[in-house]
Ligand binder design. Sequence first.
Ligand code: PRP
Length: 179
Amino acid sequence: MNKDLQSIVLTQEQIAEKVKAAAAWLDERLAGKKPLAISVLKGSVMFFCDLVRAMQTPVQIDFMTVSSYGASSESSGMPKIVMDLAASVKDRDVILVEDIVDSGYTLQRMRDLLMGRGASTFTTVTLFDKPSRRKVDIKADYSCFEIGDEFIVGYGLDYAQQYRTLPYVGILKREIYEK
Ligand code: PRP
């Protein structure tokens, strides 16, 4: 385990199980469709790549970089589109893939934006859900794991752009982000 972590939340094996279940859920929900799967970068990149490879449904992929935290642990409340999609979402069945839904601002912004651009359906999948932190009334259609108000990193999730490449998810020691 990385020395900056106090404990592991999801091991690589547990992540693989969650990914498999989420992929099966999407396959059932979107059977017969040709969805466009969108990764909300950077946090969802690891989960996204594993998820779309575990699906049987033929999906197209695209990416959007959205940022609202910077180096802070509180959302700015105004997610910024740093890099937009290459593809049009008009009349598409969109799957939006997130690593975590915290305040909910990012998910809300993405839903409003992509439905506003004419997506025909909008399905959201998140690896983690932190319902106790929610500021807006929104929920992912599928959430792999509900967690309390812990500061988690790894498998895409960062603290000040670090720890994203850990293959597991763990709770960051308080002294790291409070120093
Ligand atoms: C994180 C995370 C989600 C969002 C969730 O992204 O990846 O996209 O915050 O938080 P919210 O529900 O409070 O909006 P961040 O803005 O930190 O950028 P990153 O993906 O590059 O880490």
